[in-house]
Write a new protein. Structure first.
Length: 212
């Protein structure tokens, strides 16, 4: 099977405005308009990190009808006072069915999704939760020509390092190996009592910053 790559990292928030304010406060750069996901009742903002990588800020769209199913990225469980957080990431692969079948962790059902003219397949757990205690990626296979990040404005941002913190690093390593992930990832054991989490080191126009 062909290798896979980090496609985008995702910040969740109770509202898009709160997520945008938090990210801009950390990175010093204003997120750009994204669009709506009709099947999920969500909307997003975007920030280019490279020609084939981006940062997404996503929240429930209050103007959209409820989807009648759990939304992705555990958004239905965000309380109004929940602070924005770097909540998940998405791995790009050419054969999403083969990659999902090879994964030692259940990553969810493979579903068609869209945002405007963009079309893709993505793994979504039936309950909407992020697998592996919140640190496993979703898998994505784009169905449109070219990567959407290539059409986003250059903001002076790039991903320097990506970290996964989990109490069972061996499980994380096994998953990354099964996905044949080519993007460098640092996996760390969490300190006693600490929750699993993700951390992104980003280069900005104002120097290195850490999101997570």
């Amino acid at each position: 099977m062909t290798p896979s790559h980090l496609d985008h990292i995702t910040v969740t928030a109770p509202t898009l405005a709160e997520g945008a304010a938090w990210v801009e406060g950390v990175l010093g750069v204003t997120p750009q308009p994204g669009g709506e996901h009709p099947r999920m009742g969500t909307h997003n903002l975007l920030m280019r990190l490279s020609p084939n990588t981006f940062l997404e800020i996503i929240a429930i769209n209050p103007a959209a009808p409820a989807p009648g199913r759990p939304r992705w990225f555990d958004l239905d469980r965000l309380a109004p006072h929940t602070p924005p957080a770097l909540s998940t990431w998405v791995v790009r692969c050419e054969d999403i069915h083969a990659r999902a079948a090879a994964a030692p962790e259940p990553l969810g059902l493979i579903e068609p999704m869209s945002r405007g003219a963009l079309q893709w397949f993505i793994t979504i757990p039936p309950d909407g939760r992020v697998p592996l205690d919140g640190v496993a990626p979703a898998l994505i296979t784009w169905q449109t020509e070219g990567h959407p990040a290539a059409r986003m404005p250059e903001l002076g941002l790039s991903l320097l390092a990506w970290e996964i913190h989990h109490p069972e690093p061996a499980r994380v390593h096994a998953l990354l190996k099964a996905l044949a992930l080519q993007t460098p990832v640092s996996v760390h054991a969490t300190a006693p009592g600490a929750r699993p989490h993700l951390r992104a080191h980003l280069q900005t126009p104002f120097g290195p910053r850490v999101l997570g």
